[in-house]
Design a protein around this ligand. Sequence first.
Ligand SMILES: [Zn+2]
Length: 195
Amino acid sequence: MPLSLLRWSIAVLILCLVAPAALAGEPPRRPSSKRAKKQLTAKASIAPKRLVRISGGERLRHDAAASFEQMYSEARDAGLRLWVISGHRSWQEQKYLYRLYRRGLGPRAARPGRSNHQRGTAVDISVGSTDTLTYEWLAANACRFGFKRTVRSEPWHWEYRPRTTPKPDEGEDCLSRPLTPQNGASQGVATPSPS
Ligand SMILES: [Zn+2]
């Protein structure tokens, strides 16, 4: 093959590899400048003064915290302790967890700026699995307090979304069963287990 043709072929090959990405027009996956990162940080994070400490020591946005405390109290009356593993996270904390995840050293974690833990509205509760008393109680009652599961693969991850979490009918729990004082977890005290 003549040298000029070889060069031309290489140029075409490079163009084919680079052009689709350029034409796709995807937004940059990471902030491209310090200013952009600052804007993303501000948008994704919550001001510390709006955070309130909840039972167990973690913090949530004030309205999420108030609702969580009501839920915590009712679970306790039913004989359960809602053991919170993670509440609000700073940008740095989320970045650290995301790095661990990317290196295969930790559980799945959202990219910094994409996690509702940074907004103070997500809470990880130690449920063990989906057939424990704690999980069953949450599935039957969390919606009454505006909390719902949002990540299919994470039964421990609950988010405070009162506007999009349907409340059950009067006298019913989240599974449309009659609501009684002993709902969910009257059988005993579940042992919390880290997940
Ligand atoms: Zn979570």
